[in-house]
Design a protein around this ligand. Structure first.
Ligand code: ATP
Length: 302
């Protein structure tokens, strides 16, 4: 497996307070990695450490499988610490400024980037008159100047309206198609779910979970969770009375029934009639935001 970013026990404390706490993060090449956590969870601090803008208190970072970070960081583009957009300059002038600053030789690079981020028709409009979405896209264009393999974006959709969010999503998908691995931080899981292929969830500095898209879908699948005194017998009753085999049994013996979701009381009744002691029976599985909230509150273990 090829990893773009791996952190090992990465930790940052400010005045003795741990804001990033022994984080082991793994981002695979080609992923769109949704980095999710509430405000103040430690997302920006972690990204800053990876970008070399803050020093870890403890732990280490591997980029593209290497610990030679100063070299590998050249392959990262980021919009944190936004390179200042010059308000009195147009999109093109802003890019020209950074092209000179970075000494980028390519001739068509500005035209190509303006087109890519959808700012090719802004002509004489100064960036101070841009919408927030346009400003964000210009910042991404600047981050792309160094031709990065890995893009780290801190809340790129923050404050955007639904149309701006859609445009940003399309841009990120296009960049990913070109082979760029992307980390996007957000405090809204649902918003990432349309594009992310992997997720890391951070809470109070701790990376509480990491999972891929399929795992997330699996976890959010609606089902009836049933805890009984005799699992085998309960399964026989379910198969017999409801004619279904759409269930599985978790390692701790709880049954997950994926059919008859609207028949919880019937299922309960049949089990009880079959002399089963039903300890708990309820419908679980929810939308992504519900799942995220539960994860943050540590409720997902039941
Ligand atoms: N330079 C600093 N000095 C002291 N504390 C800091 C510093 N930078 C961040 N913090 C604290 O670290 C914690 C994590 O902040 P961070 O900005 O990383 O969170 P975040 O998840 O990015 O949140 P947000 O979405 O609000 O940006 C916060 O409690 C913040 O106050």
């Amino acid at each position: 497996m090829e990893y773009v970013l791996q952190t090992n026990n990465l930790t940052k404390s400010y005045a003795g307070k741990c804001v990033v706490d022994h984080v082991n993060m793994n981002i695979k090449r080609g992923d769109i990695y949704g980095f999710v956590g509430k405000n103040g969870a430690g997302k920006t601090t972690l990204i800053r450490m990876v970008a070399g803008l803050a020093l870890p208190t403890q732990g280490d970072i591997k980029l593209f499988g290497s610990k030679e970070l100063s070299e590998q960081r050249r392959r990262i583009g980021t919009t944190i610490e936004n390179p200042a957009l010059y308000p009195h300059m147009t999109a093109r002038q802003n890019l020209e400024y950074y092209v000179r600053l970075y000494g980028i030789p390519e001739k068509d690079v500005i035209d190509n980037l303006l087109k890519l981020v959808g700012l090719e028709n802004t002509n004489k409009k100064k960036s101070k008159n841009f919408s927030l979405g346009m400003k964000q896209r210009l910042a991404i264009a600047i981050a792309l100047l160094g031709n990065p393999d890995f893009l780290m974006l801190d809340e790129p959709t923050n404050g955007l309206d639904p149309f701006g969010i859609k445009e940003m999503r399309e841009l990120l998908l296009e960049l990913n198609k070109k082979g760029i691995t992307i980390l996007i931080s957000s405090h809204i899981l649902g918003e990432l779910s349309k594009i992310a292929t992997a997720y890391g969830i951070i809470n109070n500095g701790v990376l509480v979970d990491e999972f891929n898209k399929n795992e997330l879908m699996e976890r959010c699948k609606r089902c009836i969770k049933i805890k009984v005194d005799d699992t085998k017998k309960a399964i026989a009753i379910i198969e017999d009375k409801f004619g279904t085999v759409e269930y599985d049994v978790l390692p701790d013996d709880r049954i997950r029934l994926f059919s008859h979701i609207n028949k919880v009381s019937d299922v309960n009744k049949q089990l009880v009639l079959g002399d089963i002691a039903v300890e708990s029976i309820r419908v679980v599985g929810q939308d992504l935001e519900g799942y995220f909230v539960e994860l943050m509150e540590g409720k997902n273990n039941d």
